[in-house]
Ligand binder design. Structure first.
Ligand code: HEM
Length: 210
C-alpha cells in the first residue's frame, strides 16, 4: 500500500502524466491525423509502429501474467497484436518487412526491460491500453470520417469482448489502487508512465518529420 500518500495510485498516474498527455494530444502528427490533413497512408505509418510496440508489450505481458502485480492488469480481452496484424493485412502491409523508427526501437527496448520489473511494466500497460480505451475510440471514428478507413482496418480500436469501456477503465483504476506497492514502487510506476508518454511523443515527432 502507498501508506500515507494523499493520492491513490490511479490519481497519481493521471496527474503525473497530465502534462505529457496534453502534449501528446497536441503533437503535430496527432493533430494533422485527427484533423484530416493526412491520408490513410499516414494512419498506416503509425499503425505499423504500433505493431512493434504491442508485440513487445504483449510478449512481456504473457511472461508476467502470473506475477502478483503485472498479472492484475494483464487481460486477454485487451490483446491487440492479432487485431493489429489483421488491420495491417487489410491495408496491404506485412510489418515484418518494416524496420521500427529509432524512437520506437528505444520504446520497445524500454518495454523489454520491464520483463524483470513488473511495476514498470504496469506503467507501459496503463499508458497504452487506457489510451486505446479512451482517445483510441476518437481516433477510430476520425479515421473512418476523414480517410474512409473501414472497420476491417480498424479492429485495433474495437474491444468487443469488453461491454462498457467506461466501467472497464474504472475497474482498471480500482485494480491499480489495490496493488500491493510500497512508496518506492509507486514512484517508479509514476516515473515509468511519464517515460512511456515521452516515448509516444518521440514516435509522433518521428512520424511528423520523416
Ligand atoms: C488523439 C489524441 C488523444 C485524444 C483525443 C485522447 C483523449 C483522451 C480522453 C478523452 C481521455 C479521458 C478518458 C477518461 O477519463 O475515461 C484520455 C485518457 C487517457 N489517455 Fe488519451 N488521448 C489522446 C492521446 C493519447 C496518447 C498518445 C496517449 C498515450 C499513449 C494517451 C493515453 C491516455 C491514458 C493513459 C488515459 C487515461 C488517463 C487516466 O484516467 O488515468 N492518450 N485520453
Amino acid at each position: 500500500m502507498s501508506g500515507h500518500n494523499a493520492q491513490s495510485v490511479s490519481a497519481g498516474l493521471r496527474s503525473a502524466t497530465a502534462v505529457a498527455h496534453d502534449r501528446a494530444e497536441r503533437a503535430h502528427f496527432v493533430d494533422d491525423l485527427m484533423s484530416g490533413r493526412l491520408d490513410a497512408a499516414g494512419y498506416l505509418r503509425m499503425a505499423v509502429q504500433l505493431y512493434f510496440i504491442y508485440r513487445a508489450l504483449e510478449s512481456v505481458g504473457d511472461e508476467l501474467s502470473g506475477d502478483e502485480v503485472a498479472g492484475a492488469v494483464v487481460d486477454e480481452r485487451l490483446r491487440r497484436l492479432p487485431r493489429l496484424t489483421a488491420d495491417l493485412a487489410a491495408l496491404g502491409v506485412d510489418p515484418t518487412t518494416i524496420t521500427p523508427l529509432p524512437g520506437v526501437a528505444a520504446y520497445v527496448a524500454a518495454i523489454e526491460r520491464t520483463r524483470t520489473d513488473p511495476v514498470r511494466f504496469v506503467a507501459h500497460h496503463y499508458t497504452r491500453y487506457l489510451g486505446d480505451l479512451s482517445g483510441g475510440q476518437v481516433i477510430r471514428s476520425r479515421m473512418k470520417l476523414h480517410y474512409g478507413l473501414t472497420d476491417d482496418a480498424l479492429s485495433f480500436y474495437v474491444f468487443d469482448e469488453i461491454d462498457k469501456l467506461k466501467r472497464y477503465k474504472d475497474t482498471y483504476r480500482d485494480t491499480l489502487d489495490g496493488l500491493p506497492l510500497d512508496d518506492r514502487q509507486v514512484r517508479s510506476l509514476l516515473d515509468e508512465a511519464v517515460r512511456a508518454f515521452e516515448h509516444n511523443e518521440q514516435m509522433f515527432a518521428e512520424l511528423a518529420g520523416r
